[in-house]
Design a protein around this ligand. Structure first.
Ligand SMILES: *Cc1c(COP(=O)(O)O)cnc(C)c1O
Length: 381
């Protein structure tokens, strides 16, 4: 008998998450995982490494609560936002019985975590203007325990409309929890929905230090919710989820100095993003540019496979979304610093002069051509 037969049915059937790090390959310009382009130096102190760490390191909890504008009992620290997603599913969904709702195309881990937990998935694709399909989600509320929304959405970069969210939270009161994943919210802080936590006990917001804070390598994320929800999650989380060096570094990142560094980085990257976008709009090989609220831009090219291959050959690793529904020829580019953006644009300019352009494609297909504001030609994503 093969050992694999002993594994749970869902595990045998599972396709694991294709993380950027797993599928990366060889490159010297890494723009496929929405990481920050450079690390900030931190130092750790080892005198307590013989002891188990605090389950919820006080300095980190207090620091994040102050930064996010909530009370300490509304914060849970976890091993990245990914652990928060799984904890929510394990805490609220009965295996083999309950379901979550997702709005594809969106972040892949909601579905993967549900699958590994034996929890069903209801899909309500984004509408043509890439918003959650509010009426369809409301109709599905009796079938689901958790609704996962992502704002800014990875990979499309759109924000979730606030009015629609509020109406959903009202409709879902006492019925379902609405999770808003704000992994990229530092790039557009005014769009946060954390203020709604005071009005809606069924709202949960997830955050991370992996993106704007440039700390993907330490694995540190947060759940913000009512004290009641936090207490439930705290029953399920492992006894020592946050390694002491992680807690030390996170605490430093959340000091006023650490926060100022993060905000500087955001300003710089947002400026790079604006420059990249204005150049992309001019290039004939570009067909459509999606929303840009995160630290990445999803671009629909005239020939996505050709762009991806040319980048790869030049050692520039991007993330291909062309196989996702409604995202044919689309590639996500993480915003980096000037040298990295120049490397990307050099390749694209090279591709743009040698024939295939949106104009020639438009002539062939009679399609609408480039839509820089991000109005998707596909009817549904
Ligand atoms: C990167 C990302 C995460 C994962 O964050 P970690 O803290 O690194 O686990 C969660 N949600 C979205 C939308 C992301 O893009």
């Amino acid at each position: 008998m093969s050992i694999a037969k002993l594994a749970r049915r869902v595990v045998r059937a599972l396709t694991p998450y294709q993380s950027a790090r797993r599928i990366g390959g060889n490159g010297h310009v890494w723009l496929n995982a929405n990481e920050a382009p450079r690390a900030t130096p931190f130092s750790v102190e080892s005198s307590k490494f013989n002891r188990y760490p605090e389950c919820q390191p006080t300095q980190v909890v207090d620091g994040y609560a102050a930064y996010a504008g909530v009370n300490a009992d509304q914060v849970l620290v976890s091993r990245g936002a990914d652990e928060a997603i799984e904890l929510l599913i394990r805490t609220f969904c009965e295996a083999g019985e309950d379901q979550i709702l997702i709005c594809p195309p969106t972040y892949g881990m909601y579905a993967i975590s549900a699958e590994t937990c034996g929890v069903g998935i209801v899909e309500q694709p984004l509408t043509a203007d890439r918003q959650p399909d509010w009426p369809a989600i409301r109709d599905a509320l009796s079938e689901v325990k958790l609704v996962f929304l992502c704002s800014p959405n990875n990979p499309t970069g759109d924000l979730v409309g606030r009015d629609g969210l509020i109406a959903l939270l009202e409709a879902a009161r006492d019925r379902a929890i609405v999770v808003v994943d704000e992994a990229y919210i530092e790039f557009c802080p005014a769009a946060s929905v954390v203020d709604l936590l005071a009005r809606f006990p069924n709202l949960v917001v997830t955050r991370t230090l992996s993106k704007a804070f440039a700390l993907a390598g330490i694995r540190c994320g947060f759940t913000l919710a009512t004290p009641e929800v936090i207490a439930l999650l705290a029953k399920v989380i492992a006894p020592y989820p946050i390694a002491d060096p992680v807690a030390q570094i996170a605490a430093q990142a959340l000091t006023p100095v650490g926060l100022a560094l993060m905000q500087e980085r955001v300003l710089e990257l947002n400026a790079q993003k604006a420059a990249l976008k204005s150049t992309l709009i001019e290039l004939p090989c570009v067909r459509e540019i999606f929303e840009d609220k995160g630290n990445f831009i999803l671009v629909r090219f005239v020939d996505g496979a050709r762009v991806f291959a040319a980048m790869k050959a030049a050692g520039i690793i991007l993330r291909d979304f062309s196989t996702k529904p409604g995202l044919g020829d689309s590639i996500r580019i993480t915003v980096g610093y000037q040298d990295e953006m120049d490397a990307v644009l050099d390749i694209l300019r090279g591709l743009s002069v040698d024939g295939i352009s949106a104009d020639s494609l438009t002539a062939q297909k009679g399609s609408a051509g480039k839509t820089p504001t991000g109005t998707a030609p596909a009817s549904r994503l």
